[in-house]
Design a protein around this ligand. Structure first.
Ligand code: ZN
Length: 274
């Protein structure tokens, strides 16, 4: 098996340097078998041309980023969010994605009702799940670090995500992103609780000890404090055999580098520290 066989590149990692088509071609050129595209990248390329090139290159899709963002302060806002999620679902199907990743959304503007936002999230996932089951597309809730609870995701731990999975049933699982969950003292137990069927995606990068920006300063694997091999061992102990998806938002460093060099570094670090 080639050393890149389990590697996927979340295309946020090279989003400042490359268009979607350029990024897919760069990934294929590097011998990496899979990608995770973002919907704004797909929109810029056009869904039809994007999918054709994706297929021509023989790539696989470890997840489509992203659906979610369910809470809104009006019924019309929630309806618009659901309509957008249905389009995301269609795009995930078009790319034959392993899952549609859900970043569930935070508080509507002006709201302090965290419990209410969480209810809206669960209601939204339940509605989307009906459609996703018919399309045979798994939905992956991505718990985000609690620093994003206000503006991006009010599901913040694996346990909280799994409680939702327990209540809503089949077709729903998790994206385990080490950046968001590495600190959780309950992580190993929750990965075991998730089990093989609910571990739908595994995202890797590193947490820099001196983080300069809460969103855009993720580290390359090996440059931070996360014991990635340990977490990987927990995930694989459950039988997870999916892709290791490198997802690095890095305004001050990796987004400023030659993207071919970024991919070469991803391959090298995946081999040496993951
Ligand atoms: Zn992620």
């Amino acid at each position: 098996m080639p050393e890149t066989a389990q590697l996927s590149i979340n295309l946020a990692t090279v989003r400042k340097q490359w268009t979607l088509i350029e990024a897919m071609e760069g990934v294929a050129r590097a011998g990496i078998p899979a990608i995770a595209p973002w919907r704004d990248q797909i929109a810029a390329a056009g869904l039809g041309p994007a999918v054709r090139r994706f297929r021509d290159l023989g790539l696989k899709c470890s997840g489509l980023c992203r659906g979610g963002m369910f809470p809104a302060d009006t019924a019309a806002g929630r309806r618009a969010a659901m309509d957008d999620n249905l389009r995301a679902l269609e795009e995930a199907v078009a790319f034959d994605a392993a899952c549609l990743v859900l970043v569930v959304g935070g508080l509507p503007p002006g709201s302090r009702d965290l419990a209410g936002a969480r209810r809206q999230v669960e209601d939204g996932i339940a509605e989307l799940l009906d459609h996703a089951r018919r399309a045979a597309m798994p939905l992956a809730i991505e718990p985000l670090h609690p620093m994003y609870a206000a503006d991006r995701a009010c599901v913040n731990t694996m346990a909280q995500a799994l409680d939702i999975c327990d209540r809503l049933g089949p077709g729903l699982g998790l994206a385990c992103d080490v950046y968001h969950v590495w600190w959780d003292p309950d992580l190993q137990a929750q990965i075991a609780r998730a089990g093989r069927d609910r571990l739908l995606a595994f995202h890797i990068c590193d947490w820099l000890r001196e983080t300069k920006d809460l969103l855009l300063d993720r580290g390359m694997m090996g440059d931070g404090v996360i014991d990635i091999p340990l977490i990987r061992s927990w995930v694989e102990a459950q039988g997870f055999s999916g892709f290791h998806e490198v997802e690095i938002f890095s305004a001050g460093n990796w987004w400023m580098r030659d993207p071919d060099e970024v991919l070469a570094t991803c391959i090298d670090r995946h081999r040496s520290v993951c």
